[in-house]
Design a protein around this ligand. Sequence first.
Ligand SMILES: Cc1cc2nc3c(=O)[nH]c(=O)nc-3n(C[C@H](O)[C@H](O)[C@H](O)COP(=O)(O)OP(=O)(O)OC[C@H]3O[C@@H](n4cnc5c(N)ncnc54)[C@H](O)[C@@H]3O)c2cc1C
Length: 286
Amino acid sequence: MFPSDFEYAAPTTIQEALDLLSQNPEAKVLAGGHSLLPAMKLRLTSPALLVDISKIPELKGIHANGSVTIGAFTTYNELENSQELAQRVPMLVECAKNIGDPQVRNRGTIGGALAHSDPAADMTAVVLALGADIKAVGPNGERTIAVDNFFVDMLQSALEEGELLTEITVPQMSGKVGMAYEKFKHPASGYAIVGVAALVQLDDSGTIAACRIAVTGAGPKAQRATAAENLLLNQQSSPDGIASAAAQASSGLDFIGDISASEEYRAHLTQVLAKRALTKALERAQ
Ligand SMILES: Cc1cc2nc3c(=O)[nH]c(=O)nc-3n(C[C@H](O)[C@H](O)[C@H](O)COP(=O)(O)OP(=O)(O)OC[C@H]3O[C@@H](n4cnc5c(N)ncnc54)[C@H](O)[C@@H]3O)c2cc1C
């Protein structure tokens, strides 16, 4: 299938890209193209202009200086091969390795995944569990969006018309921190039927001082499993505590049922994967 006709521009600075977007309301940003191009071929979207951001150096790379900042146009392949991330934010590496196939990982970008906000995207849950900040620039200047406010609905993020997602910043983490991402893949597409990302931080006495659990694939958008988080906070880590928290991981979440899995099955998977992710994260923290 072929998309409708479109114009193409490849700016080399963020400002040029913003100018193109503001002058052309029918334009869309093109990053890795692995979600946008299939949608165009299916005529689900027909932008008049594609603004390819792959030639903008400011949008690329991983910079660590206490916190870790990742340019929006950083590919999954770059994430999975980053030594810096392997040491500081290993869940990003673990997640990137499990996305699609090598072709998808060579082209797909972290910024594209967040902007697209596919309900089954892996990176959405991981970035949500990490408590990252997302930077956007647009006609009204620059702003930082806390990831807790970023995922609005199915395929809808907090980005506004003409805004470009430029970078993602993972806050500095100190002390005993562990993180893990567990995914139950659709056997054909490899997308998450459900994926759970968990981050835990222990204090010196082994008490869980911080905990974030995020779920993808289950509902219309990435969601935090706050009922499970609250059961773990300020508790000593123990297998029984993990089991009780995981049993509450689907409480309060929205679930969708479709041809691949019912709502009930997704709720069950959420609990199973939460237990696995929390167990791994706590082992790693210790
Ligand atoms: C065969 C196949 C298998 C896949 N498997 C998986 C999988 O297992 N797990 C998974 O999570 N994903 C999977 N994907 C999706 C893949 O991860 C996409 O690459 C990703 O969802 C979108 O990233 P992209 O860089 O390709 O964005 P694009 O497709 O270029 O863009 C997606 C959307 O985001 C917008 N956009 C992109 N970048 C920006 C930006 N910086 N600022 C503002 N808007 C922006 C675009 O305008 C567009 O609307 C798969 C895709 C394919 C084709």
